[in-house]
Ligand binder design. Structure first.
Ligand code: ADQ
Length: 740
């Protein structure tokens, strides 16, 4: 590709983050030595950085001693090592990445281990990666995070660099909601990913699985048609980007003659024996034991093929510190011995097993010489080996046998597709492949090759970078139709008790509560809801009762002030918590103490029973020290301190909150069996609303309004006050419940 043809999005520098740098460092006699890291990610991405330049941030594979530095002068891109201690490595890498996420993402739930200390280390290392990238990346750079080791790094980056372009690509499958939700930290990881602008997966079904998860676990608003996730006040693009290989590189390597296959003592005389080839990282997802069993089945059921064919299985060592991988190695060694012991003759061994890493040229030679590639993972994000084999078919075309469980099977349908657990089917496919006529082999291989040549890794990068350059759109207000889908069946023929917070929910947050007046449109919408015979409304706020009543100014609804400590409504007797009088004089005392420390733009809102210290108008750098001091004073006075938007609440230590207030209203208004005939919707934007969300979980539809920078117990998210108004308009105009 010439410079002039490069798309604008490709002009931006790319900062790549992946667990590993593209090479592992070993300490040798000459000092630090680099060795290429095995695996699909490096095979795909390293050539791209070589061509484009950029920065690669990753773990170098060893702990560097003081004074030791990595020499990257021979590379056309820069490298930035991230230190990971021995202990972190055990928990973050061997633990959470490889014992938890890897099996879970491949739907091997029985192999998945959950350990809180592993997750803690994962959080810690991800934070470090995020911080390193935040320091290094220029303002126009595209930060491209790779793979499951770094699903939380986007959160640190977003917090440090709110305007940065952050993209993520997952190289593994993404499992169904039913599997992913087994993870105790599923919400944290989903939320971490949603701090990106773009999230890429290999194939459509992974995209759908992810969209299901963010909708069902985080309550995000998903636009499946346009592949957008509206989450809080941000919009995230999610799409499928099937990875390709550097086709020309492999094709060229296969074309080179003479062949040098150091690993195989290749006979000088051309052999009439046919070769079936398996090439994998030694990993239980790759289905190597199942493949050997299928080959055994083949030898058993097609005895005429014995001594005419050999399975050459090449396995590159991988994650050998993890016990499952050690066990797998033993199992394969034993199986190879068993099959060879059963079928070998004086001049023929059915299986040749090579355990080690090979140069690209060596692999290309093997791919070229093989009559059949047996690529049968039990599950695989994509699988590059299938593509590399195809690229190397430069002479007599071979046959690809491919597992339906590999992402590659989505597009490589001219391969013979098999279920790797079905030994009979795989054995029959081997037989068919070995006896396939040249015409059919040629036709199948030509189609496979032209697709892989076209959809090569350069195109993958280009498509991804183009998608990452699309400007982020503002979050969208859900449509009438979407509200109907979410709430129609839930409300069907029931009375609705609607609870709405005031500041940040019915009105945008402003620097002074007095300025947060209700818009006339919102007032009219509330009035229209309240006018319905099947709907009752409560506005529930942290403001004093009379204050919120005045701000809304509608007589036909119920009000609850001071976070539920006071209630006054059309349908229920006036309520004030019995312990409040006891605290009113102490609240005055506490206010005095807080006034003594207040400075520079901060001010105290006194609401008879609770206090709010507002710091929004203060310089940001000074806010935290004032808040820390205020928290101490509040605790010393025996009150509870609760964080709010740019504010701190002081509340008397009464076991009462918005959740309990909602229950009080529901029971008083509708009786103890309210949950049988009343449906509840609650809308709020604040930490104090979380009490109600938690309380109402399973009993109501709850909506958290505003930015999504913390997890919520609410069922769904809404971006802003306009979305609240749209929801209230839908409530006002929905079909009336007939039975009331
Ligand atoms: P991997 O699980 O590593 O990749 P795969 O796609 O098959 O799986 O790539 C393996 C790579 O390692 C290939 O490039 C292959 O040539 C190389 N390799 C295998 N055996 C080797 C050997 N003995 N010596 C040297 N090299 C060897 C992850 C996901 C995949 C996804 C890729 C890319 O698990 O599903 O296709 O990332 O996104």
């Amino acid at each position: 590709m010439t410079q002039s043809k490069i798309h604008r999005s490709e002009d931006r520098a790319v900062v790549v983050l992946s667990n590993r740098l593209p090479f592992a460092i070993k300490r040798g006699p000459q000092g630090l030595e680099k060795q290429v890291s095995p695996g699909g990610l490096v095979s795909a991405l390293e050539p791209v950085l070589r061509k484009r330049g950029g920065t690669w941030i990753g773990w170098p594979g060893i702990s560097l001693k003081t004074g030791e530095t990595l020499n990257g002068r021979d590379l056309p891109y820069s490298i930035q090592p991230v230190a990971v201690s021995e202990e972190e490595l055990e928990h973050y890498y061997h633990g959470f990445s490889n014992r938890t996420l890897w099996p879970l993402l491949h739907s091997f739930s029985q192999n998945t281990q959950f350990a809180p200390e592993d997750f803690k280390a994962y959080e810690q290392v991800n934070r470090r990666f995020g911080e390193t990238a935040a320091k290094l990346a220029g303002s126009d750079d595209m930060i491209w995070i790779h793979d499951y080791h770094l699903m939380l790094a986007p959160s640190t980056l977003r917090a440090r660099r709110p305007k940065a372009t952050i993209a993520f690509f997952l190289h593994t499958p993404f499992p169904s909601y039913d599997i992913f939700r087994l993870l105790p930290w599923d919400q944290e990881l989903l939320q971490g990913l949603l701090d990106c602008d773009l999230i890429g997966f290999h194939i459509e079904s992974y995209v759908h699985n992810f969209l299901d998860c963010v909708e069902r676990r985080l309550g995000a608003h998903v636009d499946r048609q346009r592949r957008l996730v509206h989450y809080g006040d941000r919009t995230i693009r999610v799409d499928a980007f099937p990875i390709g290989i550097d086709f020309a590189l492999y094709e060229q390597a296969a074309t080179l003659k003479p062949l040098v296959v150091k690993a195989v003592d290749s006979p000088q005389e051309p052999s009439s024996e046919q070769m079936i080839l398996g090439v994998d990282r030694l990993d239980y997802t790759k289905g190597i034991p199942e493949r050997i069993r299928a080959f055994e089945h083949f030898l058993e059921h097609y005895p005429e093929q014995r001594e005419k064919v050999t399975l050459l299985q090449v396995a590159v060592p991988s994650r050998s510190e993890v016990s499952e991988y050690q066990e797998l190695k033993r199992e394969i060694d034993a199986l190879v011995g068993q099959v060879n012991g059963r079928f070998a003759t004086a001049s023929w061994s059915p299986i040749r097993y090579l355990y080690g890493s090979f140069e690209r040229e060596e692999l290309a030679a093997l791919y070229r010489e093989a009559q059949v590639a047996l690529v049968t993972p039990l599950r695989d994000g994509m699988n590059l080996v299938a593509k590399e084999f195809v690229a190397c078919q430069v002479e007599d075309p071979g046959v690809l046998i491919l597992s339906r469980m590999a992402g590659a099977a989505d597009t490589m349908h001219e391969a013979l597709l098999v279920n790797p657990y079905n030994l009979e089917e795989t054995a029959a496919a081997i037989h068919r492949a070995l006896s396939m006529e040249e015409n059919e082999r040629g036709s199948r291989m030509a189609a496979l090759r032209s697709r892989e040549r076209r959809n090569n890794v350069e195109r993958w990068v280009r498509r991804f970078l183009e998608a990452s350059a699309i400007p982020a759109s503002a979050p969208e207000v859900p449509s009438h139709h979407e509200f109907q889908t979410w709430l129609g069946p839930f409300l069907h023929q029931h009375r609705l008790a609607l609870f709405v917070d005031y500041d940040g929910t019915l009105t945008p947050l402003c620097e002074h509560p007095a300025k947060a007046t209700l818009s006339e449109d919102m007032r009219l919408t509330l009035r229209n809801c309240a006018a319905r015979p099947d709907t009752d409304i409560t506005v529930i706020s942290g403001r004093a009762l009379n204050d919120v009543q005045e701000m809304v100014g509608l007589s036909e609804i119920t009000y609850s002030g001071n976070h539920g400590l006071e209630i006054n409504g059309a349908h229920i007797p006036h309520f004030q918590h019995e312990d409040l009088d006891h605290y009113s004089s102490r609240t005055v005392e506490l206010a005095k103490s807080l006034h003594e420390i207040i400075q520079g733009g901060a001010w105290l809102e006194e609401k008879a029973y609770t206090l709010t210290l507002h710091v929004r108008a203060m310089p940001q750098a000074e806010q935290e020290s004032l808040l820390t001091r205020a928290r101490e004073i509040i605790h010393d006075a025996g009150f509870q301190a609760r964080d709010a938007h740019c504010a701190l609440e002081a509340r008397p230590p009464i076991g009462w909150d918005k959740g309990r207030a909602v229950l009080h209203i529901l029971r008083t208004h509708y009786g103890p069996s309210w949950s049988e005939h009343v449906r509840v919707i609650y809308l709020g934007d604040d930490q104090t609303d979380e009490d109600a969300f938690r309380f109402l979980a399973g009993l109501a539809m709850t909506f958290r309004v505003g930015p999504a920078n913390t997890l919520t117990a609410a069922s769904r998210r809404l971006p802003n006050v306009s979305a609240v108004e749209a929801l209230l308009n839908w409530i006002a105009s929905r079909p009336e419940a007939e039975c009331l």
